[in-house]
Design a protein around this ligand. Structure first.
Ligand SMILES: [Zn+2]
Length: 77
């Protein structure tokens, strides 16, 4: 057993979802999706948009990543 910090919200997932201020906040579990409207809500309160834009629960808006080309992140496989 390890002593973890208390989860930010009542997150029922295991492992718990990263907080909204975390760099990998987009990895949180989707709790509500609205594909018809082009957005979905993550467990940590972050709203993701179809155009890769994001809206943090504190009101911070992250503009979409407009990548043109074959820029790939470091693949693991
Ligand atoms: Zn969660």
């Amino acid at each position: 057993m390890r002593e973890d910090v208390a989860p930010p919200a009542s997150c029922p997932h295991q492992p718990t979802c990263p907080p909204a201020e975390a760099a990998d906040h987009a990895a949180a579990t989707c709790v509500a999706s609205h594909p018809g409207q082009g957005w979905w809500l993550l467990c940590n309160g972050v709203v993701c948009f179809d155009d890769t834009g994001e809206l943090l629960p504190d009101g911070t808006a992250i503009p979409p990543c407009r990548v043109s080309g074959n820029r790939r992140t470091d693949g693991e496989g």
